[in-house]
Design a protein around this ligand. Structure first.
Ligand SMILES: O=P(O)(O)OC[C@H]1O[C@H](O)[C@H](O)[C@@H](O)[C@@H]1O
Length: 578
């Protein structure tokens, strides 16, 4: 593992000459012009292959295929595309920060455990460095640590950086990869990503193919910094402080971690053990980009089963599981009860509402009715059910605060969660620190019972007997789309379903809803919405019995059947087999 590198080691990497040529003046689009001059003067040809950069946008991230070999999935994140994207980010950052002529901006680069990480890290470094910015490489890191590096004040570690790039595709298969970008204002949003891709496309088009592919790469200096040591020591300090400045507040607790061979393997050795916890039985801590054990994803059934089994076998007090880049997490108590999805939100809401009575908890759209009752009736808070997407919930919480509605927690059923006290940073490790604080402070005040203190906090949360998510695919090439986009098609289906629900006396449309159509009936509810990224209509159904869930499913199916471009097989299977 790569966690204990000495910090701030300068080393040399290779960079394309066309990037080096363009180091002089770097405000706004001047970066493009200088690239172009460099290339033209070498008399090189333009790229032969056309790249649709916009297809690489995935909400507020960039994602693509980085490893060849999977049928039907050609590589889209090539080294040259990656260099151009990094250069696009550099140009965007220069325009935002407008540094004085004497100041060089610096950008930190980290990656998760994917097998393409090293290649992409080198390409990103070339793109950034060639644009005249300093590159600080962190190696294996978590997404939240990358954002943190934009706000840490510590010159010894070259912090704060002006911008940060995390190379990750979260829980997606091994052949994918992608980028998340940060400044001290937080993660970049969709319009910024589009802007960066526009710049990247122009840069790419103006650069000759042999310059990237065949020319000798000139050396460039980058720095390597062991930033994870600062990031984790801050997590350790936070738990110690919450426990009343006790050095080892978790002494006597047995807490195990499942990192799914992602980037979260640091947590037992660098957070839990310094706090005194026993971590024997932790599993899949070594990074392995082929994810041989299970997908690192707290929403994945196999992943949750793996950590639950480990907790029970080791008779541990608590289990913790992270996704690949540690911006999502979940827990398991000592009895094997999963604390993920609605339960994790209920638990976090209980902790936050103890500190901030009456505050508004912002969640994604697929949260249960039982959660609303729990937050509002049991905890005395407000539940603001918003849209799916971690960036959406965080931005909404920030917006609410700006108009005078106090909110301290924005959290999704996916395990993404951000707290106001932690700069609205979407951090799976910090969510778990809040649980550790609870354990530690209970111990400090003499309360025993291990993780029962956590389980007790979600007591009274009503949970449906049946909760499913079915994904209805839209065939984008189907003639029924009549040349329109899958979004228009999906929205037409949603509107039609809404109208049908309106005219059915047994069903009731949710009075306040921010995406898709949410309908109550048969003692339960369903929500049909458009996926954030894919040509898919995800359908969530929750009901008190299978029979009721099937009734709701049949209602949606009858409407879906009128839209011939929809692949309703998952829904049909559900209503038939249930
Ligand atoms: O809309 P979907 O396809 O269900 O995807 C929704 C999910 O996409 C990504 O994984 C985001 O990181 C999540 O924040 C979001 O909830």
């Amino acid at each position: 593992m790569d966690w204990h590198l000495g910090h701030a080691i300068a080393y040399t990497s290779k960079i394309s000459p066309w990037f080096l040529e363009s180091r002089k003046s770097f405000l706004q689009w001047s970066v493009l012009d200088s690239y172009y001059t460099a290339v033209s003067s070498s008399g090189a040809a333009l790229f032969a292959e056309k790249v649709d950069f916009y297809k690489l946008q995935n909400g507020s991230d960039i994602r693509g295929v980085a490893v060849a070999g999977v049928e039907g999935e050609p590589v889209t994140l090539t080294e040259s595309v990656t260099e151009a994207i990094a250069a696009g980010f550099a140009a965007w950052l220069l325009e935002k920060k407008k540094p004085s002529a004497s100041k060089r901006l610096r950008v930190s680069i980290g990656h998760d455990s994917r097998i393409s990480a090293q290649t992409l890290q080198d390409a990103v470094s070339r793109g950034i460095s060639g644009a005249g910015l300093d590159v600080i490489q962190y190696g294996l890191a978590s997404t939240p640590a990358m954002f943190n590096s934009t706000i840490t004040e510590d010159e010894e570690f070259c912090c704060p950086v002006d911008g940060s790039i995390m190379i990750t595709a979260s829980h997606l298969p091994y052949n994918r990869n992608g980028f998340k970008f940060f400044t001290n204002a937080g993660g970049l949003g969709k319009p910024d990503i589009k802007d960066i891709l526009t710049r990247a496309a122009s840069i790419y088009e103006k650069v000759a193919v042999e310059c990237i592919g065949h020319s000798e790469k000139a050396p460039v200096t980058v720095k390597r910094v062991d930033y994870m040591s600062i990031y984790t020591s801050n997590l350790v300090k936070a738990v110690r402080k919450a426990a009343g400045n006790i050095e080892k507040p978790l002494e006597g607790f047995h807490i195990i971690v499942d990192a799914g061979n992602g980037a979260g393997g640091f947590f037992p050795g660098m957070v839990l053990e310094p706090l005194g916890a026993l971590t024997v039985g932790s599993q899949f801590l070594d990074p392995d980009g082929l994810f041989p054990n299970h997908i690192p994803n707290p929403e994945d059934k196999a992943a949750m089963k793996a950590i639950t089994q480990a907790v029970l076998e080791n008779k541990a007090d608590l289990g913790i599981i992270f996704d690949t880049d540690v911006d999502r997490s979940a827990a398991v108590d000592s009895t094997g009860c999963e604390l993920n999805r609605n339960r994790l939100i209920a638990l976090m809401a209980a902790i936050v509402l103890e500190q901030h009575p009456g505050t508004t908890i912002v969640t994604d759209s697929v949260t249960s009715d039982g959660l609303t009752t729990f937050i509002e009736k049991k905890l005395g808070g407000k539940h603001h059910r918003f849209k799916r997407g971690y960036k959406n919930v965080i931005d909404e919480a920030i917006r609410l605060n700006s108009i005078g509605v106090e909110s301290h927690l924005a959290i999704e059923t996916s395990g993404h969660g951000a707290l106001k006290e932690n700069h609205w940073l979407d951090d799976g490790a910090y969510l778990m620190v809040k649980l550790l604080n609870k354990l530690a402070s209970a111990r400090a005040s003499g309360v025993g019972g291990g993780s029962k203190v956590l389980t007790d906090l979600v007591e009274g949360l009503e949970e449906p007997a049946v909760a499913v998510e079915l994904r209805i695919k839209i065939d984008q090439n189907h003639p029924d789309l009549k040349g329109g986009s899958f979004r228009e098609y999906g929205e037409a289906m949603i509107k039609h379903l809404e109208n049908k629900a309106d005219s059915d006396p047994k069903l009731q449309k949710a009075p306040v809803n921010y995406e898709g159509v949410r309908v109550s009936g048969c003692g339960g509810w369903f929500l049909l919405r458009l996926s954030l990224h894919d040509p898919v209509l995800p359908l969530n159904i929750e009901a008190p019995s299978t029979e009721d869930a099937v009734k709701l499913g049949l209602f949606v199916l009858s409407t879906a059947k009128e839209f011939s471009a929809l692949d309703t097989s998952a829904l049909e299977k559900f209503v038939q087999s249930s």
